[in-house]
Design a protein around this ligand. Sequence first.
Ligand code: SF4
Length: 327
Amino acid sequence: MSTAVVDDVVAEIKNLKKKIGATILAHYYQESEIQELADITGDSLKLAREATKVLSPVIVFCGVHFMAETAKMLNPQKKVLLPDLEAGCSLSDSCPADKLERYQEMLRINGRKFQTVTYINSSAAVKALSDWVVTSGNAEEIIRRVPEEYEILFVPDQHLGRYLSEVTARQMILWNGSCMVHEIFSVHDLVRLKQKLPNAITIAHPECPKNILEHTDFIGGTEAMIKHVSQFKEPTDFLVATEANMLWQLESKCARHRYHPVPGITCACNKCPHMARNTLEKLRDCMLTGKPEITWQPEFDKAREVLERSLLNVPAKAVSGGHPHGD
Ligand code: SF4
């Protein structure tokens, strides 16, 4: 799109936002032109919490499907739009609900006493089968709340699960899922970059595999990354191992530093192809037509209960040692 066309689309989006009463939420992994237009940007945890404070009747969620589902579950009365309904997530797809249910059943038949801790990157149907939903921002805290007498079945991200198992010293049964973006960072290129910039500090998302985390100075989700870099008062070089659009967010929050994306095996930077499905034109069109909309599904009731006690600290109803999915 030419600059003039982009300007026109941006102006249309701003008008439509007022006309339909919409609040735009955008994940840090969206293109910068979308993040610039958003009322709220954040990681999954921040966006889920902020979604509950939105006063407008419409939420436009610029992110992937499970995030928009989460916003809908926490705001049943609001209209939630997702610019592209096909914006999925390879990590969420790696754990289909029917497969998880069969696996849980097999564990129960074998006499295992466990609670299921599920990363937010999962479908509503998987959340409904869970005891807890976590994000990279609150996972440690939630895992420490799981009583010691329970084993933890952690789904779907094996890398985040393994990292959490190490930092919390809790044994976990790990689901074999992963994120296609964080999985492909090249350790070879990271080491080369570190040699080129020996004073640089490496920051990585815990969804990265162990071989990347072993070369990392700071491990944390995207909100934690922002906090971490802001503590450095002098201009500093940071090597960043997460989705490449995060660099824009880091640059806008802490411009004094220099940020270098850690390259992937197959490309010079790692952009999520699912997030990239949302474009400025689709953002405009969804506000114009009121579609695609996330509509209430039967599994949302149960998933909402799990989300509320996990992310919003709503007192636990189901987790009391006898949860149907927990033992
Ligand atoms: S970056 Fe990975 S985890 Fe995040 S939406 Fe894309 S595929 Fe899913």
